[in-house]
Design a protein around this ligand. Structure first.
Ligand SMILES: [Cu+2]
Length: 553
């Protein structure tokens, strides 16, 4: 098999030593020498963003047990709908051993509780906002009616949030009116007459009429998504169906969700984040060196630093999510004696592939998911398999480890045919082709991240398409931009005018554009009419303008 990243070869290693320069330096070049200089520099770096350094002692790797997020129990299952309640609240959690870290959480934990659902069975989640700021919930990858999709101005206001200062509304659930200050400062105000603002709580309904896969829910508030997710507002949502259950894939305790993030810790034990306004109340944005993205020096999996998990010598299904704000990973699994285990990809963002794809390492951008089977049966009992990020250096090279604890029987299998329902859209099906650039630029007198040369404006129409239309989008990037479409899954048609890479297989909702790269995707705008979004899922880029409206009529 062709190695996906062979075009970058060994250069990344030399560049990581120049970390002090980072992309902060590259952004300096944007001002001095224009976009091409930025792209030229970024092309030689494996990351986009700048790394915070923790101010507390960090634990050794592979000591803390891997937590598994608790599965939320429904409050009701009557009437064909599973009903859940989640309270968004502050909580203090021990992430690093002996260190107390205040977080913003769903139900007091990070990650939030997992919701397990069945294809086609609706789920309603009542989110109550007990946090000090407005929130918005988006179910990433959900095929969701627009009213429950978490549009960034559909705020849920906390108690005591002043109506008059930034938001006015006509009543809970009623038509709202949001006035919001932009990153450009208080002089620039945006109006969104279509916002639906509620106070204290909101019901989100998810029909889940979609392929089974790993979704995740997270905050999506206008201008403040990055700090809110960084503080802990993220959780998993699994969709299953009978067809997938009958495949014989590793299941039960041999199916593990792995939510990977990076974070940094301040001297007081709290999470460090370079916000201009640490309260996330008024002024969005981050300090200049971090404009390209905020990276942490601690890798957490399911909320634990560099954890270890005891396993059987058997196949495991690993459902990997990169929930980091800006960090990219190239994951590989290496035994202590240096042997690399195959990563057998069975699924992408939007569910099962047609057939398994074997990787030696897997690149994963923010918000992407991979469903992977790893066979540990050949690993001697008592030894260890490390999951490593080839793009990291020093401590960020380690992610987690598995310790093989015992021999075991294994009746799981990986069928040669995993699914037969993947869309087969062809170029000739497309009723239109759009070109969309994802680039840095000026926004309201400051630095921004732009789509098609424009920063996000909720009141502007960007893409309008008909329900059922098939379109080809040609996306082009300056630095790394993981591009995410709400509502629909898509297929990757080409990368750099060449065939897609092996990890582009299947149905995706987020595609990783690497520096200077163009990618073509094809999709059918199916499901629901209404106002949706597409955006960069580097959370800092997203907050600094890199979103656009997707109107389905
Ligand atoms: Cu971006």
């Amino acid at each position: 098999m062709r190695e996906p990243y062979d075009d970058r070869s060994g250069r990344a290693r030399t560049v990581t030593r120049r970390r002090a320069l980072g992309i902060g330096g590259a952004l300096g070049l944007v001002a001095a020498g224009g976009l091409s200089a930025s792209a030229a520099l970024a092309r030689r770096t494996p990351f986009t963003g700048a790394e915070l350094r923790s101010a507390v002692p960090l634990p050794p790797a592979f000591q803390v047990p891997l937590p598994l997020p608790s599965v939320l129990a429904p409050v009701s299952t009557s009437g064909g709908v599973d009903r859940y309640e989640i309270t968004q609240r502050e909580a203090t959690v021990e992430i690093l051993p002996g260190v107390r870290t205040p977080l913003w959480t769903y139900e007091g934990s990070f990650p939030g509780p997992t919701i397990e659902s069945r294809r086609g069975r609706p789920v309603t989640v009542t989110h109550r906002n007990d946090l000090p700021v407005p929130t918005v919930v988006h179910l990433h990858g959900g095929r969701t009616p627009a009213g429950s999709d978490g549009y960034p101005t559909d705020l849920v206001l906390p108690e005591g949030w002043p109506d008059a200062v930034h938001v006015t509304h006509t009543g809970p659930g009623g038509p709202g009116h949001v006035t919001h200050t932009s990153p450009g400062g208080p002089g620039h105000v945006m109006h969104d007459p279509r916002a639906v603002v509620t106070r204290l709580s909101r019901d989100y309904t998810f029909p889940l009429d979609q392929r089974p896969t790993l979704l995740w829910y997270h905050d999506h508030r206008m201008d403040f998504t990055a700090p809110a997710v960084w503080r802990g507002l993220a959780g998993l949502h699994v969709v299953r169906d009978d067809a997938e259950d009958s495949l014989g894939l590793p299941a039960g305790r041999r199916e593990l969700p792995l939510m990977i993030v990076d974070r940094a810790f301040a001297a007081d034990g709290g999470l460090d984040y370079p916000a201009l306004d640490p309260t996330s109340r008024e002024r969005p944005g981050v300090r200049e060196p971090y404009l390209a993205g905020v990276l942490g020096d601690v890798i957490l999996v399911n909320g634990a630093p560099w954890p270890v998990h005891e396993i059987d010598a058997a196949r495991y299904r690993l459902r990997v999510l990169n929930a980091s704000n800006a960090r990219h990973y190239e994951l590989e699994a290496i035994t202590d004696d240096g042997h690399r285990l195959d990563l057998v990809q069975i699924g992408a963002d939007q569910g099962l592939l047609a057939a398994p794809v074997v990787h030696r390492f897997l690149p994963i951008a923010p918000a992407e998911r991979y469903d992977v089977v790893v066979d540990f049966s050949g690993v001697p009992v008592g030894s260890r398999v490390r999951v490593v990020n080839r793009l990291g250096s020093g401590r960020t090279r380690d992610v987690m480890a598995f310790r093989v604890a015992r021999e075991a029987t294994d009746d799981s299998r990986i069928p040669r045919v995993l699914s037969t329902d993947l869309p087969t859209w062809r170029r000739s099906d497309a009723v239109r082709v759009r070109d969309l650039s994802f680039r840095t630029g000026r926004m309201h007198g400051g630095h921004g991240w732009l789509i098609g040369g424009l920063p996000f404006d909720p009141a502007r129409s960007d893409v309008t398409t008909g329900l059922g239309d098939v379109e080809v989008w040609r996306l082009i990037a300056d630095v790394h931009h993981p591009v995410h479409l709400h509502l629909v899954g898509f297929r990757v048609l080409s990368r750099r005018d060449r065939p897609p890479l092996p990890h582009d297989a299947g149905l995706k909702d987020t595609v990783s554009l690497r520096p200077g790269e163009s990618v073509e995707i094809i999709t059918r705008f199916d499901g629901y009419r209404g106002r949706y979004l597409f955006h960069c899922h580097n959370a800092e880029h997203e907050d600094m303008g890199m979103m656009a409206n997707l109107e389905i009529v």
